[in-house]
Design a protein around this ligand. Structure first.
Ligand SMILES: Nc1ncnc2c1ncn2[C@@H]1O[C@H](COP(=O)(O)OP(=O)(O)O)[C@@H](O)[C@H]1O
Ligand SMILES: [Mg+2]
Length: 242
């Protein structure tokens, strides 16, 4: 099993504000890795550190065998990472253009993709989120929160990343839609072969589709192991610092 991402002994934060302490994490090819933890634990900061959006004080980030520690976001994206940020940040996702239709947004996200490949990529996105096909001619500014989230993920898929990082993709969605999203996330791995690092509040559902899991509490890894061996009692204990 080859390694897509390795984070080693990461110390990171924002300026003088130290958030992460000695974090080790790996994502192997074909895995869905779930990252759990209470609010403020540093989950988003960990993802930010990987793409050069937080300050790394020491430790390393290795992508596909290459040291990318501190590389700027556009470089990391070019190397095969798609990052769908947590909403409400995501609500202002700079690559969603409100005045463009769903289809036009997907085309706009295909810069650098060979022309003959673009149509096929868009079909892949529609196969994961059939709703986007129905909405193809709708301007993005008229999408609901859930539809916008599908588009945000779809845009990330257009470049066929090696690693997709999703930060609380189901936050604020209606329960029925939440289940659809978990199916879609599993399909992205199963049908498109993309490895996934998933931050979720919905621990139970996330652990059902996850292969391995990490629990982060106040910037430190408190659990790392099989997703199926984490039950709710164990999680509560970890969250509470037991
Ligand atoms: N851009 C930022 N600048 C400074 N501090 C931040 C920033 N983003 C988050 N923080 C702080 O870093 C800590 C960890 O936050 P975060 O990584 O967002 O946690 P989580 O995603 O687990 O809820 C919190 O104390 C938060 O207030
Ligand atoms: Mg967060």
């Amino acid at each position: 099993m080859s390694e897509v991402l390795r984070v080693e002994k990461l110390e990171a934060g924002y300026g003088k504000f130290h958030v992460l302490f000695g974090v080790d994490l790996t994502v192997n090819s074909g895995e869905i890795v779930v990252l759990l933890g209470p609010n403020g634990a540093g989950k988003s900061t960990l993802l930010n550190s990987i793409v050069g959006m937080a300050d790394v004080y020491s430790g390393r980030v290795v992508l596909l065998g290459r040291d990318i520690t501190g590389d700027p976001p556009h470089e990391v994206m070019k190397m095969g990472v798609a990052y769908v940020m947590q909403s409400p940040n995501n609500f202002g996702t700079p690559n969603i253009f409100g005045e463009l239709t769903v289809y036009e947004n997907l085309v706009a996200a295909s810069a650098g993709v060979p022309r003959e490949e673009v149509g096929r990529r868009i079909e892949e996105v529609y196969s994961i989120f059939p709703k986007l096909r129905d909405l193809r001619d709708r301007k993005a500014k008229f999408l609901s929160g859930g539809e916008r989230q599908m588009l945000a993920i779809g845009l990330g898929l257009m470049k066929k990343p090696k690693l997709l990082m999703l930060d609380e993709p189901t936050a604020g969605l209606a329960p029925k839609l939440v289940s659809d999203f978990f199916i879609a996330i599993r399909d992205i791995r199963d049908k498109l072969g993309i490895s996934i690092l998933l931050v979720e509040q919905n621990a139970r559902k996330a652990l059902e589709i996850g292969d391995r899991a990490y629990v982060l509490v106040t910037g430190r890894v408190r659990y790392s192991g099989g997703a199926k061996s984490l039950d709710e009692a164990k999680l509560a204990e970890l969250f509470l610092g037991g």
